[in-house]
Write a protein that binds this ligand. Structure first.
Ligand SMILES: [Zn+2]
Length: 316
């Protein structure tokens, strides 16, 4: 199965750590005064020294603290419930966020000795997990199917992460899409006077504040014509939001309208707009699963949205 979970993105500063894991080594930074440092940084947080070197360490340590997650924090983690989220203190004294393998929630004890496990399954990066020191878990988790099956498509496919497929029948997974975080931005679309004029002709909303540039310059508080709020709302169809998930497993998807529609700020003629979204709620209703997606449209560069639209979508 393809790895469809979010992955770390090595940066210039953190890359040696990730390269170490690929070589099945835990490498952390040490300053010229002997202080061990993690997460990777440009200077020592204890003494401020910028003379840092990468050193290979055993990776052995102790369980500093843990929590057992029984509800997935993201839909793609439903397959590894319960998830043993942990902070490990290495022998050098630094702390790492990780997950534990080769054990059970009942066996966990703060302070228990742990050792590193290198998880190669993602393919592009190796992840660092930990197992109890006395566990018989293998020190390396290799990709299923190894070379033959997995390597060939990986070489030809683009590196873009595959979309997470969320089955509408898995209500827990659907509910875990709910987030305060917005998606990345969509493409941009220019709301030209021509677009505003065409919409004025179609809709009959040809009030001067939208269509008469000279009058708007003289009398409008905005100093120029502005787009109709309803126009900006329907232009969401021109804005493709790069969602990293896809809802599957339904027979019919119904656009049920909107719980809330607001036009907090105007879109002046000639501005570019873009959109982003987040999932506000998911609930089981009589006829299926109902999702409320908040779609916000902004003038590019503006913090305040021009449209807030809480779309109600029913999956049946
Ligand atoms: Zn230092």
């Amino acid at each position: 199965m393809a790895w469809n979970k979010p992955l770390p993105h090595p940066t210039e500063i953190s890359r040696p750590f990730w390269e170490g894991l690929q070589a099945h080594e835990v490498r952390i930074q040490q300053c010229d005064h002997g202080h061990w440092i993690f997460f990777p940084r440009t200077h020592c947080p204890k003494c401020g020294s910028r003379q840092l070197a990468w050193k290979a360490v055993s990776g052995n340590g102790r369980l500093y603290t843990y929590t057992v997650a029984r509800i997935p924090t993201l839909p793609e983690f439903t397959d590894e419930m319960p998830q043993l989220l942990a902070v490990v203190e290495l022998d050098e004294g630094v702390h790492l966020n990780t997950t534990l393998v080769g054990t059970t929630p009942e066996a966990l004890q703060v302070g228990m000795p742990v050792r590193p496990v290198f998880d190669e399954r993602p393919g592009t990066v190796t992840l660092l997990r930990f197992a109890p020191a006395d566990s018989d878990h293998a020190p390396v988790i290799r990709a299923e199917g190894e070379a033959g099956q997995d390597a060939a498509p990986a070489a030809t496919e683009p590196p873009a992460a595959p979309k997470r497929q969320i089955s509408v029948k898995n209500l827990d997974a659907m509910k875990s899409l709910v987030s305060d975080e917005f998606s990345p931005w969509s493409n941009e679309f220019a709301v030209t006077q021509q677009v505003i004029d065409e919409f004025a002709r179609l809709s009959g909303d040809d009030y001067w504040i939208h269509t008469d540039a000279e009058m708007a310059k003289a009398k409008s508080p905005f100093g120029t014509t502005i787009a109709q709020g309803s126009l900006v709302q329907v232009l969401s169809s021109q804005l493709k939001i790069p969602l990293d998930f896809e809802v599957v497993g339904f027979n019919n998807m119904v656009n049920y309208g909107s719980d809330k529609l607001r036009f907090p700020t105007p879109v002046p003629s000639g501005c570019k707009i873009r959109a982003r979204s987040r999932i506000k709620s998911v609930e089981q209703v009589k006829s299926g699963v109902q999702m409320v997606m908040e779609l916000n449209i902004h003038v590019v560069g503006q913090d305040r949205p021009s449209v807030i639209n809480e779309l109600v979508i029913l999956y049946m």
